[in-house]
Design a protein around this ligand. Structure first.
Ligand code: ADP
Ligand code: MG
Length: 263
C-alpha cells in the first residue's frame, strides 16, 4: 500500500473514510463506506440492526482492523503510519497513543464496577497520559460538575441510576481530552425517563464544538444537534444529508421504511 495524500492536506477533517471495508470470517459487514466529518461537526448515524454501525465506530477507534480502503482520524491513518510515502503497520504503543485521542461511550455503561466514580475517571489520564493524581482529581471534579454529578465522587457505579452511570462514562471519556467522541447508542439501554439527562449532556458537548459521531435512534436529538445524518444499511451509507432534509424527504425506500419504523 502506498499513501495517496499527505496528512497536512487533511487538517480540517476529523474523520475521513474512503471505500472502507471490513469483513468477519469472509462475510462483508462494511462493503464500501465513504464519509467525511469536519472538526466541530456532529454526525448522527442511523440504520437497522446489523447494518454495520457499531463495526464502523469500532474501526474508527482501532478496535477493529479494516480490510480495505482508507480511514483517517485527526489527520492520521488508522492502523498505519506514513513514512516517506509508504505505509507501515502501527505498533501497539502507537495504537494506544492514537486511541487516547478518541473517546467512546457504549450502550452499556462499561464503568469499572469495583472503582468509585472518581477512580473510574482518573484511571486512564493517570495510566495512559501520565497526568499527576492531584491534577487528574481536579479535572475529574470539574467534569463531574459539567455532567451534573458534582459530589458523587465516592459513589460506586451500582449506587447510581443508568442515566447517572452514562454521564460518568461521558466524563470518563472526556478526562482523556479526546479530539473526537464516539457514541454507540448511548441511551438505548436507559429507562425512558433517564434518556433526556444524557442527551442534554451530549447537546452541551456539541454546543462547545466537540466533534462527535453518534449512533442513535433518538431522531429528535439528531434533528436538533446533528450537522449531518447518515443512514447505513447493508454495509453502505445509503443516504446522507442535513437532518431536516433527510427526515422530511428520504430518497430511498429503505431509508423511508426505516424512518417509518423508528419515528
Ligand atoms: P449494528 O451496530 O448496525 O447493529 P454491527 O456492526 O454490530 O451492526 O454488526 C454488523 C454485522 O456484523 C452483524 O451481522 C454482526 O453479527 C456482525 N459482526 C459484528 N461484529 C462481529 C464479530 N466480532 N465477529 C463476527 N461478526 C460480527
Ligand atoms: Mg450496534
Amino acid at each position: 500500500m502506498t499513501a495517496v495524500t499527505t496528512s497536512a492536506e487533511h487538517a480540517g477533517v476529523a474523520v475521513e473514510c474512503v471505500g472502507v471495508q471490513k469483513a468477519f470470517d469472509g462475510t462483508p459487514v462494511l462493503k464500501s463506506v465513504d464519509l467525511s466529518v469536519e472538526h466541530g461537526q456532529v454526525l448522527c448515524v442511523i440504520g437497522p440492526s446489523g447494518s454495520g454501525k457499531s463495526t464502523f465506530l469500532r474501526c474508527i477507534n482501532h478496535l477493529e482492523r479494516i480490510d480495505g480502503g482508507l480511514l483517517r482520524v485527526a489527520g492520521e491513518m488508522v492502523g498505519y503510519r506514513e513514512h516517506k510515502g509508504r505505509l507501515h503497520e502501527l505498533r501497539h504503543h502507537e495504537i494506544a497513543r492514537r486511541r487516547a485521542d478518541i473517546g467512546m461511550v457504549f450502550q452499556g455503561f462499561n464503568l469499572f464496577p469495583h472503582m468509585t466514580v472518581l477512580e473510574n475517571i482518573i484511571e486512564a489520564p493517570m495510566s495512559v497520559r501520565k497526568v499527576k493524581r492531584a491534577e487528574a482529581v481536579a479535572d475529574a471534579r470539574r467534569l463531574l460538575e459539567k455532567v451534573g454529578l458534582a459530589g458523587r465522587e465516592e459513589a460506586y457505579p451500582r449506587m447510581l441510576s443508568g442515566g447517572q452511570q452514562q454521564r460518568v462514562a461521558i466524563a470518563r471519556a472526556l478526562a482523556m481530552r479526546p479530539k473526537i467522541m464516539l457514541f454507540d447508542e448511548p441511551t438505548s439501554a436507559l429507562d425512558p425517563e433517564l434518556v433526556g439527562e444524557v442527551l442534554s449532556v451530549m447537546k452541551e458537548l456539541a454546543a462547545e464544538g466537540m466533534t462527535m459521531i453518534v449512533v442513535t435512534h433518538e431522531l429528535g436529538f439528531a434533528r436538533e444537534v446533528a450537522d449531518t445524518v447518515v443512514f447505513m444499511d447493508g454495509g453502505y451509507i445509503v443516504e446522507q444529508g442535513p437532518p431536516a432534509e433527510l427526515f422530511a424527504s428520504p430518497r430511498t425506500d429503505r431509508c423511508r421504511d426505516f424512518l417509518g419504523k423508528v419515528l
